[in-house]
Unconditional design. Structure first.
Length: 311
């Protein structure tokens, strides 16, 4: 994220940009709920992508940026490739994954190390043969049968020539430095794409909507988060204070009381937790006001999806 209102990386300087270095884009791909966003946040060193235990949290590609003395890593977090559910929104999300894969220098193919599925293999098949792939079995801290994991890796390596295989635990940070070293060897030499202290390419307005959506995923039931969207109606900044007014779209009137909760308790908690996260990320006080709108069929409405940036 660039500009004076962007979150900044403490201690970084612009001197890095003047040095000859490596720079490239790295797509983080996999089926839903394998830990892609958690891995991106771990590698960048800051929480720039929302996470949840529920699958399919990410809807739009987001770039997380890490600049070191020798390289700039531009990680692209993608939606989990959907093989089970159709609909206009999922069709567009899958298309965004395909587009991303055509424009990156390296792909991290992430899969749950405790179980390799047909859906995992379907994602691997999408990756162009010309792009170097690092296989990243995640959640290795949960693996009990290491021999079975190694057998899966051997089987996959016979189908696709991986540039490297780096087992990780994104939640614990296991092997994250080793993964960065492997990625760096595959990046082309070139000037940085972003300032040395940028964390992401997304504006604060986008990040605010994503933080609110994360809290809805974490604080409501299993189905409701997939039927809601967040739109920032007004975003104002006065000095260091940000005033944010956001609408939460729901499909049905019956979903509104679930989201609001008894006495407004659920919506209040969503707002409080989102505001605290925004203040940590933006580095200043935030006034946040949320309200709920009923917009029937929003996830199948092309105009609404365009407004949300899902193209």
């Amino acid at each position: 994220m660039s500009g004076s209102t962007s979150p900044r990386r403490d201690g970084a300087t612009d001197d890095t940009a003047a040095k000859a270095m490596r720079c490239g884009q790295i797509a983080v791909v996999g089926r839903p709920n394998v830990g892609k966003s958690t891995l991106l946040n771990r590698l960048v060193g800051e929480k720039v992508s929302i996470t949840s235990r529920k699958a399919q949290t990410t809807r739009l590609p987001l770039r997380g940026i890490l600049t070191t003395a020798s390289a700039q890593f531009v990680f692209v977090d993608t939606p989990g490739f959907q093989t089970r559910h159709g609909g206009e929104m999922n069709r567009r999300l899958n298309l965004s994954v395909r587009r991303t894969l055509e424009s990156v220098d390296v792909v991290l193919w992430v899969w749950d190390a405790t179980r390799l599925t047909v859906a995992d293999r379907a994602v691997l098949d999408l990756i162009p043969a010309s792009v170097p792939v690092i296989a990243v079995p995640n959640k290795v801290d949960l693996v009990r049968d290491r021999a079975a994991l190694m057998a899966s890796v051997s089987e996959l390596s016979a189908v696709r020539a991986f540039a490297a295989v780096v087992p990780v635990s994104a939640s614990r940070g296991t092997q994250s430095e080793a993964l960065l070293r492997e990625i760096e060897t595959l990046l082309p030499e070139g000037e940085p794409m972003f300032a040395a202290d940028d964390l992401t390419d997304k504006p604060e307005r986008f990040l605010a909507a994503e933080i609110i959506r994360e809290k809805i995923f974490r604080l409501t039931g299993d189905e409701l988060p997939y039927r809601v969207a967040v739109m920032i109606d007004k975003y104002e900044q006065e000095g260091n204070l940000r005033r944010i007014f956001a609408a939460i779209l729901v499909d049905k009137a019956s979903q509104r009381p679930i989201l609001v909760g008894a006495g407004g308790e659920v919506l209040k908690r969503i707002g409080t937790e989102a505001r605290l996260d925004m203040q940590r990320l933006f580095g200043g006080p935030v006034y946040l006001e949320l309200f709920v709108k009923v917009k029937s069929g929003w996830s199948e409405n092309a105009a609404v999806l365009r407004d949300l940036g899902i193209t």
